[in-house]
Design a protein around this ligand. Structure first.
Ligand code: PBG
Length: 323
């Protein structure tokens, strides 16, 4: 009789046959930064903050000390500094640009990724330039390229376009190359769905669209694998260096699919709503946060994610360290 239980008999055997690895380098911590002088807790994401430039340095220091794969930065602007063209996104003195410069000065070895999008900086909260109620794809491209160049100029190690405009990876690659940043890699949010799981992020970044939704540019969860393959193929051809799937748990099939079909690292973004659900259930004592988070991260790694962007990154790295 086949007895799979033989190899589960004790921890020594389980350890021997375990093939999925999870290390701090596989985890990227998203961090929010604002211009206020104090960090503000984010109510819908317990344990996460809108950092000040000072507290951001502390959080980044912790990420470096834990050996995380890196951090990804999101800027938060007060309403009075937002405008229709999202100038704050590509301002040399913008909040993210200042943050990148500080972090790279203080922790040169820490990988700093910049999210490249306009929605945190536009008054209407959409990810591009509006014409009436329509986001104009091609006009947005130039602003995204400008944003990426300003982030690379500030010292970002990687830029991560998340606006879901067609042709954005090509436009950004061209802009970076022309500005002398031909070695700055692009982590593309290639397969990004119009998802209800982004709710807490939009509270955190105050980036909910003022009207409508993002369904004309983010993907339809019911579309099927053809749409995911098409988006990934285009970003691959446009020069993305790494491909991301977002959200994570409801899209494990696509992580696996991209891993099998493309010869580029695949990342997963385990997003805000996914984080908050776990934290909320754990606060009620309904689940064991540590066990659920590590189990899920193993699942994402097994599915094919080389690294995972997760609000649990620092905490998970501490759990891994404590064994
Ligand atoms: C910006 C962006 C969003 C997220 C990452 N980059 C919000 C959105 O698309 O509405 C969501 C991340 C999360 O929910 O954790 N476009």
């Amino acid at each position: 009789m086949e007895r799979p239980r033989r190899l589960r008999k004790n921890e020594s055997l389980r350890r021997l046959v375990r093939e999925v690895t999870l290390e701090p380098r596989h985890l990227v911590q998203p961090l929010f930064v604002h211009l206020g002088k104090d960090p503000e807790p984010i109510p819908s994401m317990p344990g996460q903050y809108r950092h000040s430039l000072i507290s951001l340095e502390e959080a980044a220091g912790e990420a470096a000390e834990l050996g995380l794969g890196g951090v990804i930065l999101f800027g938060v602007l007060p309403a009075e500094l937002k405008d229709d063209l999202g100038h704050g996104a590509y301002d040399e003195e913008g909040v993210v640009q200042q943050a990148i410069r500080r972090l790279k000065r203080r922790y040169p070895e820490l990988l700093v990724i910049a999210d490249t999008c306009l929605c945190e900086y536009t008054a209407h909260g959409h990810c591009g330039v509006l014409h009436g109620h329509d986001v104009d794809n091609d006009e947005t491209l130039a602003l995204l390229a400008k944003t990426a160049v300003s982030q690379a100029a500030a010292g970002a190690d990687v830029v991560a376009p998340s606006a879901m405009m067609d042709g954005q990876v090509a436009a950004i690659r061209k802009g970076l190359d022309a500005a002398g940043f031909k070695d700055t890699p692009i982590l593309s949010y290639a397969v990004k769905y119009a998802s209800a799981f982004y709710g807490p992020f939009r509270d955190a970044a105050d980036s909910a669209p003022a009207f409508g939704d993002r369904k004309t540019y983010q993907m339809d969860p019911a579309a099927g694998t053809w749409d995911a393959l098409r988006e990934a193929r285009l970003d691959d051809a446009e020069g993305a260096d790494m491909l991301m799937v977002k959200p994570a748990m409801a899209y494990l099939d696509l992580i696996r699919l991209l891993k099998e079909r493309f010869d580029k690292p695949v990342a997963a973004y385990w997003v805000s709503g996914e984080y908050s659900m776990i934290v909320a259930a754990a606060e009620r004592g309904w689940i064991d946060e540590r066990a659920v988070v590590l189990e899920s991260l193993f699942g994402l790694r097994r599915a094919g994610a080389q690294f995972v962007l997760t609000y649990h990154a620092a905490k998970a790295a501490r759990w891994l360290r404590s064994g």
